[in-house]
Design a protein around this ligand. Sequence first.
Ligand code: OXD
Ligand code: MN
Length: 603
Amino acid sequence: MSLTNNANVLKWVEEMIALCKPDKVVWIDGSKEQLEELKKEVTSLPDDDPNKMFYLNQEKLPGCLYHRTAVNDVARVEDRTFICSKTKEGAGPTNNWCDPQEMYAKLRPMYDGVMKGQTMYIIPYSMGPVASPISKVGVEITDSIYVVLNMDIMTRMGKAAFDKLGDSNDFVRCLHSKADVDPEKRYIVQFPEDNTIWSINSAYGGNVILSKKCFALRIASFQGKNEGWMAEHMLILGVQKPDGETKYICAAFPSACGKTNLAMLIPPEGYQKAGYKVFTVGDDIAWLKPGKDGRLYAINPENGFFGVAPGTNAKSNYNALASTMKNAIFTNVAINNDDNTVWWEGLDKNPPENATEWKGSKVNGKEFTQAGEKLAHPNSRFTAPAVNCPCISPEFDNPDGVPISAIVFGGRRASTTPLVYQSFDWTHGTYIGSAVSSETTAAATGAVGVLRHDPMAMKPFIGYNVGDYWAHWLEMGKKLGDKAPKIFNVNWFKQDENGSFIWPGFGDNMRVLDWIIKRCDETVDADETAIGYLPKKNDINVEGIEDEVTPEIMDKLLNVDTDLWKKEIAEMRRYYDEDIAAKGGNVPAELYAQLENLEKRLG
Ligand code: OXD
Ligand code: MN
């Protein structure tokens, strides 16, 4: 029985049934009973079934499940991701493009009958608190129970989403089939003008949890441009100060630069004693909209965390680890067969001897890791409910969102970029965002360790022309005027001559947030430099880490090397000219002007 009378939904579902030809159709109401049935079903599959999920130790990890994906299906696939806007210019130079009708014609035969002998699940979900005016509804159709169970964690899934939708046509139509998981026929396709996403031949989270990158960033960024708001690849955190006031900060870093760690930061002891607390609103995506008072408000459209497991431990991110202790799904980590729990590189120094590595072979984990092999895939993941997070913000479900005081950009840069600096204004901050670049990691397929431009950390996620996206940023700044958040840039990854990191990072990043908040409160001065406002040397609090961050190290962290910056400018000019403008991106004149001003200030 269908869960809604919405004629638009029913018509679309009928079309998709006619196309995919499932044996059975199940509407996901979000009830506990239904989800328990699905868990039973998916864990009862034969061990060699690629869709199989496993119960983990239900005493140590209650409600937790395990899944491994095909070895060629372990990350997002940017080369097979398309923005099919009506025109090529609509998608712009940062996206693969194909004419929408051509793409539909190519994919339709692949979906034709793809669910024969299988069940189609219809998943209604809300991105953001159901009651929030900023939230939006999506419906995902899938043939994968793994997707249903992940969507339950990552979104507000179930009938309430249809109730929110009413008879409106404003929902995103998401179609997923794992098909035969053939990487040559894998497609992750957004049709922004149709509010439609089609994903086929993958069963890996980033390609199939269509609420996340596909909707909440690619489709939503396009919607935001048209409707006057922003969908950004940003964490949202709140810092409660000793005086009780909480300041909210958004931060955009490219994939695997520690967004989840910063979002769940535990302040150093001195800060805790003084009464500071950090609250997580979101770890990956922010939807930002001007509120009634003219300030910029953010909601986290998601309801859980899809985090990278390796490197997560009680020290690096206690809160993330705690979030995974119940009702979580682990994908492509290793199993400790002694007690049916999970393990990954960086969890601790004791790889289990009696292990199953992520591909499914039983190995001696100690010998295996000593031989340089990885027990868990470097992009193995946990899907964990936000409610599990010990520091989840009391405002997490606030339909109005939280008012943002600062926006922070950052990336992995061994040199050039100082620990922190502040832009002169929103337009300069937009330039800084456009200049974000980082060394690549394992979150997407491709080479690791190469420097790539990743404007606003959104390169793989802007659902339209990057030039128009920058223009939209500038437009939003004009709308917000003097109520706009202040914009900063950070770099936790500066290295010394030997390639060692010189900033301790993790919880100590609180010291930088502290400076940022003081700048927002206008309670600390700064040095005006060519690149922006920099902290005065003694204004980054190093109490408790004086041995590690000596005055000499602080000099290095805050150094602005004119020669390196001149190279940076030359590279930015090349990037704007060759990678963007020459390839159909309309770089706003205001950004070129920022580049020229920066050049002049450097002398
Ligand atoms: C992610 C990513 O999975 O950014 O969040 O790659
Ligand atoms: Mn991300």
